[in-house]
Design a protein around this ligand. Structure first.
Ligand SMILES: Nc1ncnc2c1ncn2[C@@H]1O[C@H](COP(=O)(O)OP(=O)(O)OP(=O)(O)O)[C@@H](O)[C@H]1O
Ligand SMILES: CC(C)(CO)[C@@H](O)C(=O)[O-]
Length: 270
C-alpha cells in the first residue's frame, strides 16, 4: 500500500467534539512520491526509513486494530521518499497505509480511512491529509472530516511539482495554538472561497503564497526563493513544514532546478 505525499497550500482548522467531523477545509495536491508500508513478524516495533520511531498516528491505528483481534506480533516498516515533519503529510500517510494493510490482512470491513483520519486528528499531527491522500490529485476540501466533501480537479499532465525540504516543523504546535488558528482560519476561508470561483493550479499556487505570507507562516528563506521562482507557475511553503514547493511547466523546469540546492522533482499523483 502506497500513500502519496500531500502538499497543503492553504487551510482552515475545523474542530468538533466528534473526531470524525474534525479536520480542515482548504486545498492541496498529492505527488507521486510518498510512503509505503510492509509488515514483518516481530515485536511490534515501528521503523521509518530503517530508524525506530514513535509516530502517534501509527500508535493509535495499532491500538484500534488490537481491539479488533490484531495480535501485534509484527514490526511495522515504513519506506518513504520524505522525512517526517516536513509538511508533506507523512504522519497521515503512515496512518492510512497501515490502516489499509491491517484491514486487508484481518479481512475486516472497517472504514480504514476513517480510522486513519481519527488517529491523525486525535494526535494533533494532521487534519486533512488522510482525506486528501485517499482522494488523490488536486483536492479542494469543502468540509472537514466525514462525510467526505471534496472537489477533485482533474489536471492535465504537463505540470511538475518541485519540492525542497529545509528542515522540520512540528504541525501540532501550530494547529493546537488558538492565536495561530485565528489567523489561519481568517485567511484560509478567504482563499477557499476565491479558489472555488476559479479552481485552477495557477490560482491555487497564487492563493497559497498569499496565505503563507498573510498568516506569517512563511519563513524569510522560503519567501526569498519563492520570489526568485516567479518565472514559474508559482511557489509557496508547504503547510505545515519548512518546505518549499514550486509548480512548473516543462519549459521552466531546468531554470527552476538551477535555483534550488536539493530539489525533489515530482508529478501530481491523481
Ligand atoms: N525524526 C522525527 N522527526 C519528526 N517527527 C517525528 C520523528 N520521529 C517521529 N516523529 C513523529 O512523527 C509525527 C510527525 O508528524 P507531523 O505532522 O509533525 O509531520 P508530517 O506528517 O510529516 O507533516 P505534516 O503533517 O505537516 O504534513 C509526529 O507524531 C512525531 O512525533
Ligand atoms: C493541518 C495540515 C496543514 C498539516 O499538514 C494538514 O493536515 C491539512 O491540510 O489539514
Amino acid at each position: 500500500m502506497f500513500a502519496p505525499g500531500h502538499i497543503t497550500g492553504f487551510f482552515a482548522v475545523c474542530k468538533s467534539k466528534n473526531s470524525l467531523k474534525t479536520g480542515s477545509i482548504g486545498a492541496g495536491i498529492t505527488v507521486d512520491k510518498g510512503v509505503s508500508v510492509e509488515l514483518k513478524e516481530g515485536d511490534g516495533s515501528v521503523f521509518y526509513n530503517c530508524k525506530k520511531v514513535n509516530i502517534c498516528s501509527v500508535e493509535k491505528v495499532l491500538e484500534y486494530y488490537k481491539e479488533l483481534r490484531y495480535s501485534g506480533c509484527y514490526d511495522i516498516i515504513f519506506s518513504s521518499d520524505f522525512p517526517l515533519g516536513s509538511g508533506l503529510g507523512m504522519s497521515g500517510g503512515c496512518a492510512l497505509t497501515l490502516s489499509k494493510k491491517l484491514n486487508d490482512m484481518l479481512n475486516l470491513n472497517e472504514s480504514y480511512v476513517k480510522i486513519a483520519h481519527v488517529s491523525e486528528v486525535e494526535c494533533g499531527t494532521g487534519l486533512g491529509d488522510v482525506i486528501a491522500q485517499y482522494t488523490k490529485g488536486f483536492v479542494i476540501r469543502k468540509a472537514p472530516g466525514f462525510p467526505i466533501n471534496v472537489e477533485k480537479i482533474h489536471i492535465n499532465d504537463d505540470y511538475y511539482i518541485i519540492i525542497e525540504i529545509f528542515g522540520e516543523k512540528e504541525t501540532k504546535e501550530i494547529i493546537t495554538n488558538e492565536s495561530w488558528i485565528n489567523r489561519i482560519n481568517e485567511y484560509g476561508r478567504r482563499c477557499l472561497n476565491e479558489l472555488l470561483k476559479n479552481p485552477t493550479l495557477e490560482n491555487f499556487i497564487s492563493l497559497s503564497y498569499e496565505f503563507a505570507v498573510n498568516t506569517g507562516l512563511i519563513n524569510e528563506n522560503i519567501l526569498s526563493i519563492c520570489d526568485d521562482l516567479k518565472f514559474t507557475v508559482g511557489a509557496s511553503q508547504s503547510m505545515l513544514g519548512n518546505t518549499l514547493f514550486c509548480i512548473s511547466k516543462k519549459e521552466t523546469l531546468e531554470d527552476a532546478l538551477s535555483i534550488l540546492k536539493n530539489p525533489i522533482v515530482c508529478k501530481i499523483y491523481q
